[in-house]
Design a protein. Structure first.
Length: 496
């Protein structure tokens, strides 16, 4: 718009078709004293140089509508360096759990073709890049990725949830939220999850709860703590055929006590994880029962999973050595017990694949996944402070450098995250160098003083003035989990 005149009337269809791929005629050379003038709107006003193409076109007519050629095409190309170009990006298919073949089929059908597929992949890449750039800053939440039109369409379909529960909805209803969840509001995704993820019976039960809350929620809260009043209201709700379809089937489990709670919880989950009935837990040495006691069971199990293991060889890694090692200051005391409480949350400790330790840890995480799945399905909460990167890893996403423990996170191995940031900055600074120049630049950066203050955030002691090379030699850094010890990151890492 800045260097061109307003478009001329459209040529005939045959002429336009013959000119689609022909090169544009060369413009006559202009002298240095006659710079190109901005295009003028039909009213004689100059188009501002800062105008976009659309703004310039809309100014061509006083009424805001331009007389455009009949065939006006906007050609564009999008190149994604990480994926090797748009052609490779369109082949990306989201990963789908193997135990949902129908979801995998609909996802592949919705995302493998069509004009929207490249745009969706591009949005996914842009969002990932934005998260990497804004990690740890308030700018991470400034961009809203939800699509209002898609949300409205999905809400309209979920207004008739039995169609969705019976898998009678269009294929994109299951495919797009699974492959590109950031396009949909959390409330809409949760409603879709309740209607489709746990079967028809649980979908109807969830709908029944929503109807009861909508019609009797205020009255139920007013009679809270009044045994007789709540019983009368419950009988009235059960007799109301507009909101009550039937009671839920439950697996009733009685535990002897809260002693050895993790062991008992593992046995309960192993016996009931395949059952579609709701889980209800009661303790033999306590008088209560119902949803409150069941929720306390989930809460107590979460506390045990984040407690300091006083009897184990790695007390700051939690029970069974599940979590990345915490620093001594990253623990809290509550009712005489000590719990892991780092700034970023719990993240799994690395293990050598195939080792006995890895097999044991995988078994514990399988138990944790089943426990959380049952709680989510039945409407309970497992308040375990997991790290955001843990969920990203479970979803199969590529983890950025921000996933490594860094200064202030409260985890052992802050040196690893600081070194990763140092390497990224050095790679960017020496991007155009090769050979001896590259070796010299790296050596100078490694010997430059002040590395401890710049990357580890040290403010006291001599170590804040150390260079990277001096820090590694003084602290005997090796290629292990924390830099000082732990699982080897490569073969012979403790000696390198």
């Amino acid at each position: 718009a800045r260097d061109s005149e307003p478009p001329s009337p459209a040529p005939p269809a045959s002429a336009a078709a013959s000119q689609v791929n022909s090169p544009a005629p060369a413009s006559p050379p202009e002298g240095p004293s006659s710079p190109p003038s901005p295009p003028k709107a039909s009213g004689g006003q100059l188009v501002p140089p800062s105008s976009t193409v659309l703004q310039a076109l809309l100014r061509l007519e006083p009424g805001g509508r331009a007389e455009l050629p009949e065939r006006l095409r906007l050609r564009y190309e999008v190149h994604i360096a990480e994926e090797g170009g748009l052609g490779a990006a369109t082949q990306e298919k989201p990963e789908v759990a193997q135990h949902h073949p129908e979801a995998a089929a609909t996802t592949e059908a919705a995302c493998s073709g069509g004009a929207a597929a490249p745009v969706l992949v591009l949005l996914k890449q842009l969002r990932r890049m934005w998260q990497d750039v804004t990690v740890g800053t308030s700018a991470a939440d400034e961009v809203r990725w939800e699509n209002p039109r898609l949300n409205r369409k999905l809400k309209n379909l979920l207004a008739q949830p039995l169609l969705t529960a019976a898998v009678a909805a269009p294929s994109w209803v299951l495919a797009l939220p699974l492959a590109y969840p950031f396009l949909f509001h959390r409330s809409v995704r949760e409603q879709l999850l309740r209607c489709t993820a746990f079967g028809t019976s649980h979908a109807i039960l969830w709908l029944q709860r929503q109807w009861i809350e909508e019609r009797y929620g205020d009255r139920l809260r007013r009679v809270e703590g009044q045994l007789e009043g709540r019983m009368d209201l419950t009988e009235h709700i059960v007799s109301d055929t507009r909101v009550f379809i039937g009671p839920a089937r439950s697996d009733f489990v009685t535990l002897p006590s809260r002693d050895d709670l993790l062991g008992n919880a593992e046995r309960v989950v192993e016996l009931t994880h395949a059952s579609k009935a709701m889980l209800e837990v009661k303790f033999a040495d306590e008088g209560g029962f119902g949803d409150g006691v069941t929720q306390s069971f989930y809460t107590a199990v979460a506390s045990e999973l984040s407690a300091k293991d006083l009897a184990g060889s790695m007390p700051l890694c939690g029970p069974f050595g599940l979590w990345a090692e915490h620093l001594p200051e990253s623990v809290v005391e509550h009712r005489g017990r000590i719990f892991l409480h780092s700034h970023r949350g719990l993240f799994p400790r690395p293990c050598i694949p195939g080792s006995p330790e890895s097999e044991s840890v995988c078994q514990r995480f399988r138990f944790l996944g089943r426990l959380m799945a049952k709680a989510l399905r039945d409407g309970f909460v497992v308040p375990l402070p997991l790290c955001d990167y843990f969920f990203a890893a479970v979803l199969g996403e590529d983890l950025s450098l921000g996933a490594l423990p860094g200064p202030g996170d409260g985890l052992s191995g802050e040196f690893v995250g600081a070194s990763a940031l140092f390497a990224a900055e050095l790679r960017e600074r020496t991007g155009g160098l090769e050979g001896e120049d590259l070796v010299k630049a790296r050596r100078e950066a490694a010997e430059r003083p002040g590395w401890g203050q710049d990357f580890l955030g040290l403010t006291q002691g001599e170590s804040k003035d150390w260079s990277f090379d001096q820090y590694c030699k003084t602290c005997c850094i090796t290629f292990c989990e924390t830099g000082l010890g732990g699982t080897e990151l490569c073969e012979g890492g403790s000696n390198r």
